[in-house]
Design a protein around this ligand. Structure first.
Ligand SMILES: O=C(O)c1ccc[n+]([C@@H]2O[C@H](COP(=O)([O-])O)[C@@H](O)[C@H]2O)c1
Ligand SMILES: Cc1cc2nc[nH]c2cc1C
Length: 366
């Protein structure tokens, strides 16, 4: 499944991109006045192989949840149980991602690929928090696709076996296919996993060659001594495994996480179906680096929703050559920054569908 998905990923379609550039030049606005949105609309036309490309509606958020053996190294102040508890919150509709998804009209699917603690998924008799008036279709959905109940501690041994990493990637590919088959026109990445900014930093360092200090951030907000310790943990894991960036499955297995690997699969699955994938924060962009290591053309399907405050996100975005659409200092994850960027993507495409040309509107050109 991984190999066939990689084989299905191809370059952007040049004729559709040329058509989009030519249409942009005829629309009633000064050339280039929509800045980044113009190039985004061209890219999305190339991805869809049509001009105009379809509007990115409806959107589907896929939140992959997993736990991390490296939590034992005290790289985060939060207890591991919070991963399972936040999954319960997503399913009850009470997290920030749910509020933003309701605002964007996006569905929310939570995929348990490796949560260590039991999930409390009993329905709340009072109904989903904050979702008054929503119909059944808007209720967040849980998919149980546990590969293992959390990774191993990457400072001691490989976080995953190659088979486990592959299984998690293939969960992501399967979810991409299911969401697209159900009608999603854009996929939005989400993640939940206490301690997951540590493997994200290690992945970014492994794929870009950045050192541990450049790739590592404060995650949920660690104090100065813990931050220094976290950089050492990332550095120690990299020294132990010396991951080979040309072997993405090996890198994901050595220093990755189950949600990172599943997000890699989601991105590859979207790219293979030529559907855009809106990237959220540092966990998503670390997975995106693995995706381009599998299939360089996968970058054509990626839209960087926002610039996470985590420094590793900027390192990864630079390597991917992606300009984030918004930069608001967010560092929450869950898909929140990407969802806020969704109207920008929609706007970029809507212009190609709806804006009059100089000819049709009788507006004089310079
Ligand atoms: O999306 C981001 O860039 C981001 C930055 C910092 C923290 N997070 C979220 O916070 C959790 C990981 O933080 P930590 O400090 O426990 O590694 C995990 O659930 C992530 O979704 C996410
Ligand atoms: C409360 C909380 C909510 C989150 N959402 C994503 N990561 C998170 C981490 C914590 C700690």
């Amino acid at each position: 499944m991984l190999e066939t998905t990689i084989a299905a990923i191809g370059p952007l379609d040049e004729p559709a991109m040329t058509a989009a550039r030519q249409l942009q030049a005829r629309l009633t606005k000064p050339a280039g006045s929509l800045g980044t949105l113009e190039e985004l609309s061209v890219r999305l036309a190339g991805l869809a192989r049509s001009c105009p490309p379809p509007l990115p509606d409806p959107a589907a958020v896929a939140i992959f949840a997993g736990d991390h053996g490296v939590h034992a190294q005290r790289v985060t102040p939060w207890p591991q149980e919070v991963t399972a508890q936040m999954v319960g919150n997503f399913l009850a509709g009470g997290a920030v991602v749910n509020a933003f998804a309701r605002q964007a009209g996006a569905t929310v699917t939570v995929i348990d690929v490796g949560v260590a603690n039991p999930l409390d998924t009993a329905p709340d008799p009072s109904g989903p928090a904050g979702s008054a008036g929503s119909d059944r279709d808007d209720v967040p959905r849980l998919v149980s696709a546990t590969v293992r109940r959390g990774t191993r501690d990457m400072t001691v041994t490989a976080a995953l076996t190659r088979d486990e990493a592959r299984a998690a990637v293939e969960v992501g590919i399967r979810i991409a296919g299911e969401l697209i088959d159900a009608g999603a026109a854009i996929l939005v990445t989400g993640d939940m996993g206490i301690a997951n900014t540590t493997p994200a930093a290690a992945l970014i360092a492994a794929f870009t060659g950045a050192d541990a200090a450049e790739a590592t951030g404060r995650g949920t907000g660690v104090d100065d001594p813990t931050y220094q310790h976290k950089i050492e943990v990332v550095g120690a894991a990299l020294r132990r495994h010396t991951p080979d960036p040309t072997d993405p499955l090996g890198v994901l297995a050595a220093v990755g996480g189950l949600e990172h690997a599943a997000l890699t699969g989601l991105i590859l699955g979207a790219a293979a179906r030529r559907v855009p994938v809106l990237l959220d924060g540092v966990i998503a962009v670390s997975a995106a680096l693995a995706a381009v290591a599998f299939a360089p053309d996968a970058v054509g399907a990626m839209v960087a929703g926002h610039r996470s405050a985590e420094p590793g996100a900027t390192v990864a975005l630079r390597r991917l050559g992606l300009t984030p659409l918004i930069d608001l200092g967010l560092r929450l994850g869950e898909g929140t920054g990407a969802l806020l960027a969704l109207p920008v993507v929609t706007g970029a495409v809507r212009v190609l569908h709806e804006v009059a040309t100089f000819d049709s509107a009788g507006v004089a050109e310079k």
